[in-house]
Ligand binder design. Structure first.
Ligand code: PEP
Length: 236
């Protein structure tokens, strides 16, 4: 089965030239899996104009965003709406990433963003996970309950869940596939949705998560290295 390999570039690379170079290299990756690149907002439209044929006709590579707001238009300085993303042919949006939660994003805000994304036709990737020392199941149970509260049964299926232990993100300290799988099974008991793993994945360990049952991966740091990302996407 096709796996979903998502690149979260976060606030990188630092210039458009570097971003285009990375994008073009990733666009050339040959893989049976589906790749989604989530660049910073400001680069999204540049990719659209720079490489429409390669970026959009190759169904293996699609664009995602790292966040979105919860209404379509209005007096919300600095925000980007789901329909603006849709207009640039963005297909996915990450919502509730721990780095946004750390900037005071509440479960209520996340729930509103999820509803807005779904209404616009974007596929949300909802990030959940515990901090160091917290009980993973308890935290995730609470996050899922609150984040998905107002989502209709029909829409619920469209939400992709990314299990991302906060302590594993950007630390090199990945959660073992066996341990992560216990959380995957816990989520699966509640929701029959696609579940990804994210947290310090590199090309050496990527396959372990997919073999054990995850439907894909959310890759941060390693997605900024085109060769490393190629190995992950190809071997997954
Ligand atoms: C992330 O930010 O979602 C992530 C998984 O980052 P990293 O791969 O760098 O841990």
């Amino acid at each position: 089965m096709k796996k979903l390999i998502i690149a979260n570039w976060k606030m990188n690379p630092g210039t458009l030239i570097k971003a285009k170079k990375l994008f073009n290299r990733v666009d050339k990756i040959k893989t049976k899996n589906k790749i989604v690149i989530c660049p910073p907002f400001v680069y999204i439209s540049k990719f659209k104009r720079a490489k429409p044929s390669q970026a959009y006709q190759n169904s293996k590579l699609q664009l995602g965003a790292q966040d979105c707001f919860w209404t379509e238009e209005g007096p919300y300085t600095g925000e980007i709406s789901p329909s603006m993303l849709k207009d640039l042919r963005v297909a996915y949006v990450i919502i509730g990433h721990s780095e946004r939660r750390a900037l005071s994003e509440t479960e209520e805000i996340i729930e509103k963003k999820l509803r807005a994304a779904l209404k616009t036709g974007l596929t949300p990737i909802l990030c959940v996970g515990e901090k160091k020392g917290e009980n993973a199941k308890r935290v995730i149970n609470n996050q899922l309950k609150k984040d998905l509260k107002g989502i209709s049964k029909k829409d619920l299926k469209k939400v992709i869940i990314a299990y991302e232990p906060v302590w594993a993100i950007g630390t090199g300290n990945f959660c073992s596939a066996n341990k992560a799988n216990k959380v995957r099974e816990f989520i699966k008991e509640k929701l029959d949705n696609k579940i990804l793993y994210g947290g310090s994945v590199n090309s050496k360990i990527a396959k372990d998560y997919l073999k054990i049952g995850f439907d894909g991966l959310l890759i941060g740091n390693a997605s900024l290295d085109a060769e490393e990302f190629r190995k992950i996407a190809k071997n997954a």
